[in-house]
Design a protein around this ligand. Structure first.
Ligand code: ADP
Ligand code: MG
Length: 722
């Protein structure tokens, strides 16, 4: 009997199976049936060749009448000039560039679907290099022609034929979705949905089939996450109950401001979580400046109060160093254990980064090992160097978007006995669907308000294409801010060392504007120009990722102390840098940055009591996609709205890809934009199912779905821990 797990060799024979495996990595009947059509040609909506308009995008079914190879005038290679004729007898010219290759496919007598844009050549209408799919007899009688993702060596038609062949063999596939779910959600049965998505009779068939198959993917993802959550939650953790009269209480007593309601509420959630005997796994999202550091510090102090240590991980050395300094500043005497003037309750904050000198590093490692350091702040090096902690109770990961899931897990794996609690903090607001998928193994809390007394940031696009004279005003504005006693950032997309092609902090240009453009501005070019020109009288500093760590640190400290007026920097300042006196941010070649990145950058100003200004300088002309994006940033400071927009502009694969470390994605139809409701419902069903059947023992089909989504090895790893 043929089932979804049957190898394609058994169903189709060796030749077809080898081709499908080599070209598309399809190995089983199930793989092939989950290789859905990319689009459909609706025969009811085909265009007639008679009456075409120039510039129109058309799809015609027609027969090749003539095909002639010609030399190309300006280039090497041959051109294939083709005349096609539709059922009503009207003719149209088509030209194909790589004529030699196509000659055997596009030959007289062949019927095919041609699609492209109508143009003119030699006063005649023509299609230039249209897409085409050859047809076979089966296609002639169907209302829809399914067009598959194909390769040069394996065309859509061949795939379609193989699909139809296996569809006829597997009449009755076991449906993995429980009948109760199917009924409540009015979902088609799997066999029916598979048949309909490949061989639809109507537009409605396509919708219904897709809807059902999206559910499979949503359930696969949510079950995987539910299993992962359960596996983690089942492990033992060090309980860190609050201690009355302890370090946290002393800290709260000396805090110079009142916590926001959000900070209090999230703080209570965390306090309850880490008091428990199973690991906390919580994500705190809060816009830039929302005050996440204090929330994290309070959690770390609770851990120290319970006799444990806390580690805080930052994505860059600059940020780690700054965190260590600001934690020490917030703690005051409470961070001066063993020092003169230190409080009796005091602990110690130790900085541990890859670039510490050998001696300092040895001391830091020793402090971590002996438990002398209650709080250890560091970069990835902290993970990689396998620091031994005496009693690690809590790990705080700051600015999550720079850390991958594996890195999160790496910290966890170090201690098999007791798993540290995990607090992940991100300043990138997360749309609901992303929270439910990419971060779906975490509990999510949000800090939605900013502390009182924050100044608004005015963001303005400076469109040099239309208003070149504004460039001077940008620098005048910077000089004015400095004259008023404030500081400014100037951010460029590139470092620009001519000796090296690889640029550490370089921003990838968004893809849509793929034309030849001048290279992005670089700090190493911009700084000297400003120093000799517009900002000649000011004290300028330089910061980028390729500087040695101690130099970065020196520059950052000088800027913090007000010894520099303007910091010319790359995106190394994007995350977390906190200098309240900085009020102006100039971003050059702003269109080179992503939406979230610009929002993060802008969050570096307006952190004190003076109003902030952010100038997005761009040469892109009006009405381009790049300018629309910049206008969006200028129009709103609502991080959540921007995050949603960012999701719409990004390619989704990148987002969902994070769920599946390095595997070919099992997700084909699921969209974080279109399927919010399905994802939310699937999440509820998945949690319920896993609660009653933690190993999916009674749900073999669902277990297989999970395997398709995240891979069987990973699934096995979670099940082992239950
Ligand atoms: P982020 O959420 O971006 O990490 P920070 O934790 O760096 O924000 O906080 C930004 C600034 O706001 C810091 O200087 C911090 O001390 C201050 N801050 C935090 N909470 C409050 C509060 N409740 N009231 C006033 N200022 C606060
Ligand atoms: Mg921060």
């Amino acid at each position: 009997m043929t089932e979804l797990s049957t190898p394609l060799v058994a169903a189709l024979g060796a030749r077809a199976a080898e081709l499908l495996a080599a070209q598309l990595s399809l190995h089983t009947v199930g793989d092939l049936l989950r290789h859905y059509p990319r689009r459909y040609v609706d025969r009811g909506r085909l265009t007639d060749i008679a009456g075409l308009e120039i510039g129109e995008h058309i799809t015609v079914v027609a027969q090749v009448e003539k095909a002639t190879l010609r030399d190309m005038r300006s280039r090497n290679g041959k051109l294939l000039a083709v005349v096609i004729r539709d059922e009503k007898g009207a003719e149209l010219d088509c030209t194909f560039f790589n004529g030699h290759k196509l000659k055997s496919l596009v030959k007289p007598g062949v019927r095919a679907v041609f699609s492209g844009k109508v143009g003119v050549f030699n006063k005649k209408l023509q299609l230039t290099h249209p897409q085409f799919e050859t047809l076979d007899e089966d296609d002639e009688i169907r209302p829809f022609i399914s067009v598959y993702p194909a390769t040069g060596k394996l065309g859509s038609q061949v795939i379609a034929r193989s699909v139809r062949q296996v569809l006829d063999m597997v009449d009755d596939v076991a449906d993995p979705l429980p009948p109760s779910v199917r009924e409540r959600e009015s979902l088609a049965e799997l066999s029916r949905a598979l048949r309909r998505i490949h061989v639809p009779e109507s537009q409605n068939d396509i919708f219904a089939a897709r809807h059902r198959l999206v559910w499979d993917e949503a359930m696969g993802v949510q079950l995987a996450l539910a299993l992962r959550r359960r596996a983690t939650a089942a492990r033992p953790a060090a309980a860190c109950p609050p201690r009355p009269g302890g370090l946290l209480a002393a800290f709260d007593a000396r805090l110079p401001f009142a916590l926001t309601d959000g900070q209090k509420a999230v703080g209570e959630e965390i306090a309850a979580d880490i008091a428990g005997r199973h690991p906390m796994n919580r994500l705190v999202q809060g816009d830039v400046g929302a005050g996440k550091t204090v929330v994290a510090l309070r959690a770390m102090l609770q851990a120290v109060d319970a006799g444990r240590q806390a580690a805080m991980l930052a994505p860059t050395e600059v940020l780690a160093a700054q965190h260590a300094r600001s934690l020490r500043a917030l703690l005051g005497p409470l961070a001066q254990a063993g020092e003169l003037g230190g409080s009796d309750l005091a602990t110690r904050v130790t900085l541990l980064t890859g670039s510490l000198g050998a001696k300092a590093k040895r001391q830091a490692l020793l402090d971590a090992q002996s438990g002398e350091a209650g709080i250890v702040v560091g970069t990835h090096a902290l993970i990689q160097d396998r620091v031994g902690f005496a009693e690690l109770g809590l790990v705080v990961v700051d600015e999550q978007h720079r850390f991958g899931v594996e890195q999160r897990d790496a910290l966890r794996a170090r201690d098999a006995q007791l798993v540290p609690h995990m607090l992940v903090m991100t300043a990138t607001p997360i749309p609901r669907t992303v929270a439910m998928t990419v971060y779906g193994d975490l509990e999510v809390s949000a800090l939605r308000e900013l502390p009182a007394g924050r100044s608004p940031i005015a963001t303005t696009v400076v469109p040099l294409a239309e208003r070149p004279s504004w460039f001077k005003s940008v620098w005048r504005r910077v000089r004015e801010e400095v004259a008023a006693g404030h500081q400014a950032y100037v951010v460029c997309p590139r470092v620009g060392d001519p000796k090296e092609a690889e640029e550490a902090d370089d921003v990838e240009p968004p893809e849509e504007d793929g034309e030849a453009r001048r290279p992005p501005l670089a700090v190493l070019d911009v700084l000297p120009k400003l120093a000799e020109g517009e900002l000649a009288s000011l004290r300028l500093g330089l910061l980028h990722g390729k500087l040695p760590a101690d130099e970065k640190d020196t520059v950052m400290r000088a800027f913090e102390r007000g010894e520099l007026d303007v910091l010319v920097a790359t995106t190394v300042i994007e995350v977390g840098v906190d200098v309240p006196n900085a009020t102006a941010m100039v971003i050059l070649d702003a269109e080179r940055f992503g939406l979230s990145q610009l929002h993060q950058l802008r969050g570096r100003v307006g952190r004190g009591s003076a109003a902030g200004v952010c100038l997005l300088v761009t040469e892109m002309p009006a009405a381009t996609a790049a300018r629309t994006r910049l206008d969006a940033i200028a129009d709103t400071t609502d991080g959540f709205a921007l995050a949603q927009l960012d999701l719409e502009l990004r390619r989704e694969g990148d987002v969902l890809g994070a769920l599946q470390s390095g595997r070919r994605s099992g997700l084909r139809l699921l969209s974080l934009l279109k399927h919010e409701e399905i994802i939310a419902k699937a999440r509820v069903y998945a949690m319920d199912i896993v609660e009653h059947d933690p190993t999916l023992a009674a749900h073999g089909g669902l277990a297989a779905l999970v395997g398709q989504t995240v891979g069987d090895e990973e699934r096995a790893a979670w099940l082992d821990r239950v």
